[in-house]
Design a binder for this molecule. Structure first.
Ligand SMILES: [Zn+2]
Length: 132
């Protein structure tokens, strides 16, 4: 993934900042982001996280709408694999395969609107199959 430098929404300057400066110390700790970094548009606050322990972005920056969608997708996906007694690793391998992406790119934190929706649909389809 390329390092974002110019915001795709507003053309503002994107900077790499410590997650703590966005979430505050307490929330960053709760989210396990104490040592993580985030790319943030200095103008409109669009942002994207990094691969754990690195400054490699997960995808392109997200505005509020896309951030909420990424969060919703995470909730659906996480409860999906937990309910299936899958390991986190196995779950992401499954996701990569279904999304036809290399595992290195299968990160919801970097997905676009349509990819988020596809994850949600995949999880729902899988759950329906089991009920049927
Ligand atoms: Zn911006």
């Amino acid at each position: 993934m390329e390092i974002p430098s110019i915001c795709r929404y507003c053309g503002g300057v994107i900077k790499l900042v410590p997650a703590v400066s966005i979430y505050g110390a307490a929330s960053a700790k709760r989210l396990g982001l104490e040592r993580e970094h985030i790319y943030q548009c200095q103008n409109c606050n669009a942002r994207v996280g990094c691969h754990k322990g690195t400054t490699r972005p997960l995808g392109d920056v997200a505005n509020e709408v896309l951030r909420l969608k990424r969060m919703e997708t995470h909730q659906v996906f996480d409860s999906f694999w937990r309910n299936h007694n899958m390991s986190r690793t196995a779950a992401y391998r499954w996701l990569a395969k279904r999304m036809e992406l290399p595992e290195s790119k299968a990160h919801i934190g970097g997905f676009e609107m349509d990819q988020c929706q596809r994850v949600i649909d995949l999880c729902r389809q899988e759950q329906m199959k089991e009920v049927a």
